[in-house]
Design a protein. Structure first.
Length: 376
């Protein structure tokens, strides 16, 4: 792909430009070094490959789902056949959901801001979007006027890029409102693994509410598996959408090798690896904040975030301009305008830094960022 900042149309194109740089702090995928426990799993790849050849895919998939959902506290996830669909990525799961919605829904209420490919995929399937600002979403009932206008409410939790988590009582209330108005409630929980506040059992809450619901999970943000991952598309029994049919139009299933890898990484995380990851991300966040401390007009606007990304806001600089200066030093971060899919001006004074990186390259990247900001 050849692109410049003048021709880039979405966040993924910005991320693509960074893939070959050692100082890539743009995309939210895990790119830190493997832990000792994870290295042992990678060393077992020949055995996992053989297992994928010899055992039924259904059994490996069931084990992977159980290990992953249990790790993150989602004990109420549906175990009936066909209720958890394994996809190549969360974006593929999002495309399936978007197509399924388009058959019976005209308008979707989408949290604002959030990662722009959600908005792009929904719009690309002919759906009209209504923004739901993050602050009132977490503190107030959804207006009846909104719920009579839309066929689906879509929330990202923890949100990307803010890290804001939808609390259990808020999820319960929103689900109850969606049930009252027969509106589908969709959640993208791709960053759930980083924040224990998002580990309450969402599926138990959703099922108790009686609403029609869909959840997208993602294993790709947690572990440095070279993008060997799965997006999981989970839905309620009476969701009333052709999810399974559209899934079958797009793919047959995910490789049993990848599913076995997810199972093993989940088990390693449950044995202490997840706590170590939380400590690692917290240390990298502290590193970023310390290196930028004291710069006039520079702040990190998400003090409570535990996600694997960190926004940096500038009172006097434009994010794209900062990006231009950084890339001259082969450093790539992510301008935040396009997260604000309904009003890009709201994000124009920010960039997002990925924290799932080894400390050395991350520190070098932030040192360059500080020098760029000091030079102005």
């Amino acid at each position: 792909m050849t692109a410049t900042n003048e021709t880039i149309e979405n966040l993924t194109q910005w991320e693509y430009l960074a893939l070959n740089s050692e100082l890539n702090v743009a995309d939210g995928h895990a790119r830190q070094a493997l832990t000792d426990g994870q290295t042992k799993i990678v060393d077992q790849l020949p055995q996992l490959f053989a297992e994928g050849e010899q055992r039924p895919v259904e059994l490996i998939e069931r084990e992977a789902h159980q290990a992953y959902f249990t790790l993150l506290g989602q004990h109420g996830y549906p175990t009936a056949p066909g209720r958890v669909l394994s996809c190549y990525s969360s974006s593929v799961a999002m495309e399936i959901l978007s197509r399924a919605l388009a058959g019976s829904v005209d308008t979707v209420a989408l949290v604002h801001p959030t990662f722009d490919n959600i908005a792009d995929l929904l719009r690309g399937n002919g759906l009209r979007l209504v923004p739901v600002e993050e602050e009132p979403l977490h503190h107030e009932d959804l207006p009846d006027s909104l719920l009579t206008e839309v066929g689906c409410v879509f929330v990202t939790t923890p949100n990307n890029p803010t890290g804001t988590v939808l609390a259990e009582e808020r999820l319960r209330r929103i689900a109850e409102q969606c049930a009252e108005h027969d509106v589908v409630l969709a959640l993208d929980t791709s960053f759930r693994g980083f924040d224990p506040r998002a580990h309450y059992d969402h599926y138990a809450v959703l099922e108790a509410s009686g609403c029609r619901w869909v959840v997208i999970e993602d294993t790709g943000k947690l572990w440095p598996t070279l993008d060997l991952k799965a997006g999981l598309l989970v839905f309620s029994e009476r969701v009333g959408l052709p999810v399974e049919k559209i899934y079958s139009d797009i793919l047959l299933g995910v490789s049993p090798l990848i599913l076995a890898l997810i199972r093993e990484f989940s088990l390693d995380a449950a044995a202490g690896g997840l706590a170590d990851l939380h400590e690692f991300i917290a240390g990298n966040r502290a590193l970023v904040r310390a290196k930028l401390a004291g710069l006039p007009g520079v702040e990190c606007p998400d003090p409570d975030s535990r996600s694997s990304v960190e926004r940096v806001r500038f009172s006097e600089r434009i994010g794209v301009e900062v990006w231009n200066e950084l890339q001259r030093h082969n450093v790539y971060a992510l301008p935040c305008e396009k997260f604000h899919w309904d009003d890009p001006t709201e994000g124009q004074h920010m960039i997002r830094i990925a924290l799932a990186r080894s400390a050395g390259p991350l520190a070098a990247s932030v040192d360059v960022l500080r020098s760029v900001l000091e030079a102005r």
